[in-house]
Design a protein. Structure first.
Length: 206
């Protein structure tokens, strides 16, 4: 009895090894062939029952030589955007469902706060600031010093960019507008200026 059982176990083991060493291999050579015919050929070679959803059309260009059945089916489905589903021993081929990205769940009972608006500058309009009068009597002064004097006299913040070089110049202006003073000084120093929505004047290298 023990000998009979041992013989049966050995036979089963040999059968499993034989099945594993002889996988189903597929050969496909498609040059613009429709996916329906290619799948039918694959399932015929693998001796599988199948159902293909109607109105599935896709031209395939691929060549598979002695490819394992599972790998061949996966490659074809990926190329044609299809899904394979095994039900009751029958493989159903359908169009792949579109992937959806779920939005992060919001916290319950949490009111959405509106985005805070940037504070509007408080103060006189820039046209009024640019018409204010300034007087400068500076000799061989750095341009940053000259701009600082204009800022103090006109009572307007002047933002000086880091790229403004160290330039010395003579500034002799008597009761001229801020605009005129900035035009002359920035031109002489190779700079440019512009007013901002924050109610300031920004000066940078031209």
């Amino acid at each position: 009895m023990k000998k009979a059982i041992s013989t049966l176990v050995v036979a089963c083991s040999l059968a499993i090894v034989s099945a594993q060493s002889n996988p189903i291999l597929i050969n496909i050579n498609a040059r613009g062939s429709d996916v329906n015919g290619v799948l039918a050929d694959v399932f015929t070679q693998a001796k599988k029952s199948f159902v293909i959803q109607p109105n599935l059309h896709f031209a395939l260009y691929l060549s598979l030589n002695d490819a394992p059945y599972d790998k061949a089916l996966r490659i074809i489905c990926e190329q044609a955007n299809l899904e394979a589903d095994l039900r009751d021993g029958v493989i159903f081929i359908t169009k792949a469902k579109p992937k959806t990205i779920s939005a992060p769940a919001s916290k319950p009972f949490e009111a959405q706060k509106p985005a805070a608006a940037e504070p509007k500058p408080q103060g006189p309009p820039m046209w009024e600031v640019m018409s204010r009068k300034v007087t400068l009597r500076l000799k061989k002064a750095e341009v940053k010093t000259v701009l600082g004097e204009i800022s103090k006299m006109a009572k307007v913040p002047i933002e000086i960019n880091e790229n403004v070089p160290t330039v010395k110049l003579d500034a002799f202006l008597v009761k001229t507008s801020v605009k005129y003073a900035l035009d002359k000084i920035t031109k002489a120093a190779g700079l440019t200026y512009a007013t901002t929505e924050r109610g300031t004047i920004k000066v940078a290298k031209a």
